[in-house]
Design a binder for this molecule. Structure first.
Ligand SMILES: Cc1cc2nc3c(=O)[nH]c(=O)nc-3n(C[C@H](O)[C@H](O)[C@H](O)COP(=O)(O)OP(=O)(O)OC[C@H]3O[C@@H](n4cnc5c(N)ncnc54)[C@H](O)[C@@H]3O)c2cc1C
Length: 343
């Protein structure tokens, strides 16, 4: 087994509520690690609406999704939380009273006193393109994310899509691929214009190919692709020889493994909590933000912030069972100000 990473709190989800949990835990001297399946921090705010305005964060009349994420990151800086991105928490095991072992799909293991589930609407998962039999090639030669670029060195790569991920990976993988083709169904892109220009420049220099069309079928054996059958917009077919297919068709939110963690669930998708500390039916496991349920719950960021503050008070009892907790204001407490590195 991999050497476990020991921490006071393991936070599942780096959305706004997971981020603010770092702050509330940090004020009470608890260290946190965060795991998120996305390749970026900020949950829905950063993934779904980075440029949209939010008007109901107390004290901030206007802030964008990305702006709020950046501000939260600035606010939690003093507490030095560690982020583990592009990893999905798969399993939570109880190993003490309370103490937990939490494992990710990449084999990382954490041992912690408390678990804070801030998993929102669930994990963002890639949309599977409608190609018959694609499942047989997944994880072998079809990949929905690039976790290690080296894996693609010297390979014939076919990237499909017209968004930022498709274009970014086209630009990043072009120098190490033996051959790279970008396939998109039209010649307009959702990706940043600068990336599109850079991609077109590579096409102009003959370094990569850009083809209009859609993958209709895959051919290969034992999970290894040898070619993709591409249907062009005029209805004709042709083959592209490739070793790896990377479709980037966007993300969808699925609950993912949350339901298998042995915690009581409501309607199969939300985690009921009590409202004094937002603890689940398992002592030491808390749920905050969009993932939890209690009478009157509103799926608003400000609700999750309040939940994080009360969660930290109860978590303190588990992490420091012999320490008395004294309530303090950041405005007047020099000890809190030292932790915030403003004194
Ligand atoms: C278009 C839009 C506009 C909105 N506008 C507003 C608004 O104006 N005001 C407002 O208050 N709210 C707004 N919301 C809602 C707000 O974004 C959510 O309430 C908020 O994001 C919830 O935060 P969270 O931290 O609970 O979860 P999320 O932001 O959903 O983050 C959860 C994170 O957990 C990760 N995760 C889940 N499962 C796992 C796992 N097993 N392993 C690892 N990681 C996992 C996910 O990848 C995700 O990044 C809006 C939402 C949308 C979609």
């Amino acid at each position: 087994m991999t050497e476990p990473i020991k921490t006071d709190a393991l936070i599942i989800g780096a959305g706004p509520c997971g981020l603010f949990a770092v702050f509330e835990l940090g004020l009470l001297d608890m260290k946190a690690h965060l795991v998120d399946i996305l390749d970026k921090i900020g949950g829905q705010c950063a993934e779904l609406y980075p440029e949209k305005p939010i008007y109901d964060i107390p004290g901030l009349p206007y802030i964008t999704g990305q702006g709020l994420t950046d501000a939260l990151l600035e606010q939690i800086k003093p507490f030095g939380a560690t982020f583990h991105l592009q990893e999905m928490v798969e399993k939570i095991e109880k190993i003490g009273d309370p103490e937990f072992r939490v494992s990710t799909d990449l084999g990382k293991v954490f041992e912690c006193k408390v678990v804070v589930i801030g998993a929102g609407g669930g994990s963002f998962q890639p949309k599977r393109p409608p190609i018959p039999g694609i499942e047989a090639y997944e994880e072998n030669s079809v990949f929905y994310a690039v976790r290690k670029m080296e894996q693609f060195r010297g390979k014939r790569i076919l990237i499909v899509g017209g968004g930022d991920s498709a274009l970014d990976w086209t630009l990043n993988l072009a120098p190490i691929a033996s051959h790279l083709t970008l396939l998109h169904r039209r010649d307009q892109f959702r990706a940043a214009p600068d990336s599109v220009n850079k991609m077109m420049a590579l096409v102009g220099k003959g370094k990569i190919d850009f083809v209009l069309g859609q993958v209709a079928a895959l051919e290969g054996e034992g999970g290894r692709i040898s070619k993709a059958v591409v249907k062009t917009n005029d209805g004709s077919d042709f083959h592209i020889a490739c070793d790896a297919l990377l479709p980037f068709f966007g993300l969808t939110m699925k609950l993912g493994p949350v339901a298998s963690w042995g915690i009581e669930m409501k309607d199969g998708e939300l985690i009921p909590v009590e409202t004094a500390s937002f603890e689940t039916n398992v002592p030491g496991i808390f749920a905050i933000g969009d993932i939890n349920w209690y009478p009157g719950k509103l799926k608003l960021i400000l609700s999750g912030f309040h939940e994080a503050a009360l969660m930290a008070q109860k978590a303190h009892r588990y992490v420091f069972p012999n320490k008395r907790l004294v309530f303090q204001y950041t405005t007047s407490s020099t000890s809190l100000q030292k932790k915030l590195k403003v004194k």
